[in-house]
Design a protein around this ligand. Structure first.
Ligand SMILES: *Cc1c(COP(=O)(O)O)cnc(C)c1O
Length: 429
């Protein structure tokens, strides 16, 4: 494959955009080389500016669960744009999308729309703090909740401990209010709760982790977490930015049979336009301005173009609820196909999967938390990534990212993907 035009465009971009990208993972730092620049996409395929075609396993990091340029969504946005793109005044489509979301998701009465998953998580935490009158939150090492200050915290020296900032610009003061626990380790949460009695407003978690590869929660862990929070009067926030409207109509809550107190959404809920949302029962949501004292706002929040995209997406999913099962079966098919090729080689690897989320780690350790996900063989991952790219398979350019399958992927596409691995397998031995 030729990547000349992409490389030229990347060089130009770097002159005026830091690192040439508007979100770091796009720059291919973890795998090396220049990123591809996309010209257009349709269904399961991406087309880059050099005329190469790729089978896409990212789908814009999740939102495009029905594939690229899904016709009803394109039509909805196009029609809406003709009537004006933004007013900063209420529109009916906001209520329509809110009703649909409240109907699909268990345990919520009201929802507030924002413009990104970051905003959704940040606002959910502010609401939890305002509602509870407490300051501290617990998050899990390896879980990503967007780039708000409170979430850019890392564990000290491997131990479960008070966090320290993992980005310059985040203050020690902010870090002090974020406590770090270990994913799938209930005891690590219990210790923090005991040491900070009556100080913890919320525990925020990806109910199925997708930002250290895909890591499903152990059943006892996630049920125990719900119980611990209830017992201590702590609000449980499920960050369903990735899992919401992807794993089931009711997201991870439905799959796990557990209800959180506050939910954060993003990605699929906007169908590829910038939408985030947070939701809860009325008692909590009515704490928000203008009804209540917790401030939250947005010039473009509930933007009609974005809302019409979200409505087209959620309507399609709500009217075809088999899609989730269909996607899970495709993902299982891919899993078994990759297993078949890799098992012949003696390469140490782990594949984790839940619904339409799947990831491959080159390690012999079971991947259950951040530490185990970080044991992967990175040089091997790089060769795997670039080998597959050359064969026209677009995978996440980092071992810490999940793949997101979309329903436009055919079994032929999956076979082609498995064959591609077979073809490059000698390079990654
Ligand atoms: C993507 C993601 C976010 C952040 O959403 P943005 O729209 O990128 O701000 C938050 N939480 C989770 C679980 C995510 O996957």
């Amino acid at each position: 494959m030729v990547y000349q035009r992409s490389s030229e465009l990347f060089a130009e971009a770097k002159k005026v955009i830091p690192g040439g990208v508007n979100s770091p993972v796009r720059a291919f730092k973890a795998v090396g080389g220049d990123p591809i620049f996309i010209e257009r996409a349709k269904g399961a395929y991406l087309y880059d500016v050099d005329g190469n075609r790729y089978i896409d396993f990212i789908a814009s990091w999740g939102p495009l669960i029905l594939g690229h340029a899904y016709q009803p969504l394109v039509d909805a946005v196009t029609e809406r744009a003709k009537k004006g793109t933004s007013f900063g005044i209420p529109t009916e489509i906001e209520t329509e999308l809110a009703k649909l979301a409240v109907d699909m998701v268990p345990g919520i009465d009201k929802i507030r729309f924002v413009n990104s998953g970051t905003e959704a998580c940040m606002s959910a935490v502010r609401l939890a703090r305002g509602y509870s009158g407490r300051d501290k939150i617990i998050k899990f090492a390896g879980c990503y909740h967007g780039h708000a200050d409170a979430f850019l915290i890392q564990a000290g020296s491997g131990a479960v401990t008070f966090g320290s900032p993992n980005s310059p610009g985040v203050t020690q003061g902010t870090a002090r209010d974020t406590l770090l626990a270990r994913y799938n380790d209930l005891e690590s949460v219990r210790v923090l709760i005991e040491a900070n009695e009556n100080d913890i407003a919320a525990v925020i978690i990806e109910p199925v982790a997708g930002n250290m590869g895909c890591i499903p929660p152990d059943e006892n862990f996630i049920q125990g977490l719900r119980q611990l929070c209830t017992d201590a009067g702590i609000l449980l926030i499920f960050d369903e930015v990735m899992t919401g409207f992807r794993l089931a109509p009711g997201g991870a809550q439905e799959v796990l049979g557990i209800e959180a107190d506050i939910l954060a959404f993003g990605k699929v809920i906007g169908g590829g336009l910038p939408v985030g949302a947070f939701a809860a029962r009325s008692e909590i949501m009515d704490y928000l301005a203008p009804e209540g004292p917790v401030y939250q706002a947005g010039t473009l929040s509930g933007n009609p173009l974005a809302m019409s995209a979200g409505f087209a997406m959620l309507s399609a999913l709500n009217n075809d609820r088999e899609v989730f099962q269909r996607l899970a079966e495709k993902t299982q098919y891919l899993h078994h196909g990759l297993d078949k090729v890799l098992d012949k080689t003696g390469i140490a690897y782990q594949i984790n999967r839940l619904g339409s989320m799947i990831s491959l780690h080159f390690t012999s350790d079971k991947v259950i938390d951040f530490e185990s996900s970080a044991t992967g063989n990175n040089p091997r991952f790089k060769r795997y990534f670039h080998g597959m790219l050359r064969e026209g398979i677009y995978l996440p350019p980092s071992a810490f990212e999940s793949y997101f399958l979309n329903d436009a992927l055919s079994y032929e596409d999956l076979d082609r993907t498995i064959e591609a691995l077979e073809k490059i397998i000698s390079e990654i031995q």
